[in-house]
Ligand binder design. Structure first.
Ligand SMILES: O=C(O)CCC(=O)C(=O)O
Length: 300
C-alpha cells in the first residue's frame, strides 16, 4: 500500500463521488521562457480547458514514426506491449514505443514537445508511458470516458495531478474516424469511481476498460461546457491534462486513425506504490526508469 495520504481515493466506496481537484493545473516554469514556449493565452486556454491543439507542429516526424511502427509490430510480436482489441485478434495499441525505437524516443525529446511539457509542469519530467493507439478503418474500437490520472493513481501510485499526455496525430483525425472527444474543464474535478480493482486489471482494461469508468450521471454533470472533438492533420500535436475526461468512439469510417502518445510525469511527482495496495503494473505501463528526459541539445 502507498503510505502517502490519498487525496484522490477511487474504487474504494460503494458510491461514486465528484471531488474537487486540490492540485494546480499549470505549475509554470520559474525561469525565462525557452524556444517554442507557449504564449500566455495558450497557457490560460490549457488551464481552463485541460487541453491544447497545436496544428502543423511536427509534420516531419509523421512518416518516420509510421515507418518505425511497421518494424515494431514485427519486433514485438508475441510480447505484452502489443495489445489486441477486445473481440478480435486485431492490434489495438503498442506500448513502450519510445523504449523500443530510438526514432520514436526522439519525438518525445524534441524541444517542440519537451519544452512545452516542462513549461506546464514547472519541472523536469520523465516519460512514464508511451503508446500508439491504432484505429483501423471500419473496425477500430472505442475507449470509454475516463481520466487517465484515475488509473495511474490507483494502479501505478501517481501521487498528485502533475502529468500530461502529449500526442501526435499520425493520420488525419476527423469527426468520422474515431477521434478523441474531451470534456473541457472536467480536469478541475475528480470522479472517485465505485467498484474494486482486481489484480492484473490491465490485462482486461487495456483491451476494454471497465473499472475507473465514471457513470453516465457524472459525465452528464461534468459536461456543462459541452464536448469537444479533437481534429487535425497528421503532424498536429495535442497536449491533454492527466485528469481530463476523454474517450473516443468506434471507427466505422473507411479511414484509419492512429496517434502516438507520450505521458510525461513531473520528477517531483514520481510514481510510488499503487494506491490500490495491489502489485505494481509492468514496466511498459509505468516505467521504473524515472530519469529526467533531456532534449538532444541539452544532452551534449
Ligand atoms: O486512442 C483513442 O482514441 C483513445 C485514447 C485514450 O483515451 C487513452 O489511451 O487513454
Amino acid at each position: 500500500m502507498n503510505a502517502a495520504q490519498d487525496l484522490y481515493p477511487s474504487r474504494v466506496e460503494k458510491e461514486e463521488n465528484i471531488l474537487e481537484r486540490v492540485d494546480p493545473i499549470v505549475y509554470g516554469r520559474p525561469e525565462p521562457a525557452r524556444e517554442h514556449a507557449l504564449s500566455d493565452a495558450q497557457m490560460a486556454f490549457f488551464e481552463d480547458n485541460g487541453y491544447l491543439v497545436l496544428p502543423d507542429w511536427l509534420p516531419d516526424m509523421v512518416d518516420p514514426v509510421r515507418e518505425e511502427l511497421t518494424h515494431l509490430k514485427r519486433k514485438l510480436k508475441g510480447r505484452e506491449e502489443l495489445v489486441l482489441e477486445p473481440d478480435s485478434g486485431n492490434l489495438r495499441s503498442i506500448f513502450a514505443v519510445h523504449e523500443h525505437s530510438e526514432m520514436i524516443a526522439e519525438v518525445a525529446r524534441h524541444p517542440k514537445v519537451l519544452n512545452l511539457v516542462q513549461q506546464i509542469l514547472g519541472s523536469d519530467v520523465y516519460i512514464m508511458q508511451s503508446r500508439v493507439n491504432i484505429k483501423p478503418a471500419f473496425r477500430g474500437k472505442s475507449f470509454p470516458w475516463h481520466s487517465d490520472f484515475e488509473t495511474w493513481h490507483v494502479e501505478d501510485g501517481m501521487p498528485r495531478m502533475r502529468a500530461v499526455t502529449a500526442w501526435l496525430m499520425l493520420d488525419e483525425n476527423t469527426e468520422f474516424n474515431g477521434p478523441l472527444y474531451v470534456i473541457p474543464g472536467s480536469h478541475k474535478h475528480f470522479v472517485s469511481c465505485e467498484g474494486k480493482t482486481e489484480q492484473d486489471n490491465h490485462k482486461q482494461s487495456l483491451r476494454q476498460q471497465m473499472a475507473g469508468v465514471p457513470s453516465p450521471e457524472s459525465i452528464e454533470a461534468l459536461t456543462e461546457k459541452g464536448l469537444k472533438g479533437i481534429y487535425g492533420k497528421p503532424g498536429t500535436l495535442v497536449i491533454h491534462e492527466c485528469n481530463l475526461l476523454h474517450g473516443s468512439p468506434d471507427n466505422i469510417s473507411p479511414w484509419p486513425r492512429s496517434i502516438a502518445m507520450f505521458v510525461f510525469n513531473s520528477v517531483e511527482n514520481r510514481n510510488q506504490r499503487p494506491f490500490s495496495g495491489l502489485r505494481p503494473r509492468p514496466d511498459y505501463l509505468s516505467s521504473s526508469s524515472q530519469e529526467p528526459v533531456r532534449t538532444a541539445s541539452e544532452e551534449t
